[in-house]
Design a protein. Sequence first.
Length: 165
Amino acid sequence: MSDTPELIPRHKVLAFYGVPETVEGVTTVTFHRMRFFTNIAKNKNPQDYTRKYTDEKSQRSDVVSYAETISATFDRHSGDPVHEDIIDISDRELVGSDAKREIIWVQVDTGKAVKRTVSVVPNSEGSDANTYTQSADFRAGGEPAAGTASSSDDWMTATFTPEGG
């Protein structure tokens, strides 16, 4: 047995986007895998409080908050519910709670997951000469919730269970 930690390949940490659907006045959310994305990267954007005390030689810093942003770019595919929802938010220039969704990050080998409400902030589209690409930022719109995720369809969709839930 090796003492070397196992490298986690990128395709083993997946993101799932909550697509709302309203039928007869009842809204349900299905978490679809974010497919055909050429980039999905988190930046925690920590805010720190730094100070220098007069009786000490060096400064001290403490992280006091986070402003997580997920930057994403996708090759637009017809019929993909995640793409269609992001495009709808962009095309209709939705704002406020109409542009909020949830994203779950899942380490599929362990089921460990974090879910967060995000504001969908559309960026650019059509910048690639070969395929129609679009980009967006997903900015923290609430606190993260730790839990587990499971799937009954080989991780095409996911179900989230919060810790203690």
